[in-house]
Design a protein around this ligand. Structure first.
Ligand code: FES
Ligand code: FES
Length: 220
């Protein structure tokens, strides 16, 4: 009984593998032209080529020589030991890597560091003023805007950049009247929309919205 079961199961496994092989072969046939195109499109750098870049990060000046293919995220984390900025997806989809460049929020995983030569970078490590937390940081603490904390650096940097955008009168997808001049009223709907590029796997969104609301000067 046992032998027969094993034999049957093995037979199914082999049959299953064969069908998967056929599917994989079909997929490979379809993907081959794209793979070749992608390979040709990737810029090939000379072995060991390094590029000089100057950055001002959290108030300190850095003169660096880096591989031109280095992302800003990897430069911060791997070479400068600024590990507060997190790598989540590394594909521009989660916002964990958000930093401020010349005051504007960007996904550092999608940014080549060389592009930002002579720029001012602010990471989570540079937001506080000594022992005094940035108002957004303080609001995240008082409203429990985090659980595991993995997304929090990106959420806070994103919120700082977003509040600056609001001050400048930038509208969003949910702004009712985009012709209205001046500061947009920062409703919870506006906060959710403007922070939608930052994903929280713990689902700490109620606390995050409350924290951003408080930090914007509108008591929650
Ligand atoms: Fe950059 Fe996810 S790590 S967006
Ligand atoms: Fe855990 Fe946001 S607090 S992912």
């Amino acid at each position: 009984m046992g032998l027969s079961l094993t034999a049957t199961c093995s037979g199914k496994d082999i049959e299953h593998d064969n069908s998967r092989n056929e599917v994989n072969q079909t997929m490979n046939d379809r993907l081959t032209p794209y793979s070749k195109t992608d390979e040709a499109a990737v810029p090939q750098t000379a072995s060991g080529e390094m590029v000089a870049v100057r950055l001002r990060i959290n108030g300190s000046n850095y003169g660096l020589r880096i591989d031109p293919r280095t992302s800003l995220l990897d430069l911060l984390r791997e070479q400068l030991d600024l590990t507060g900025t997190k790598k989540g997806c590394n594909h521009g989809q989660c916002g964990a890597c958000t930093v401020l460049v010349n005051g504007r929020r960007i996904n550092s995983c999608l940014a080549l560091a060389v592009i930002y030569d002579d720029s001012e970078i602010t990471t989570i490590e540079g937001l506080a003023n000594g022992d005094e937390l940035n108002p957004v940081q303080a609001a995240f603490v008082s409203h429990d805007g985090f659980q595991c904390g993995y997304c929090t650096s990106g959420q806070i940097c994103s919120a700082v950049g977003m509040l600056h955008e609001v001050e400048q009168g930038t509208v969003s997808h949910v702004t009712a009247d985009v012709r209205q001049q001046g500061r947009v009223e920062l409703t919870d709907e506006e906060i959710r929309e403007r922070m939608s590029g930052n994903i929280c796997r713990c689902g700490a969104y109620p606390g995050i919205v409350a924290a951003v609301r408080e930090a914007s000067g509108k008591a929650g």
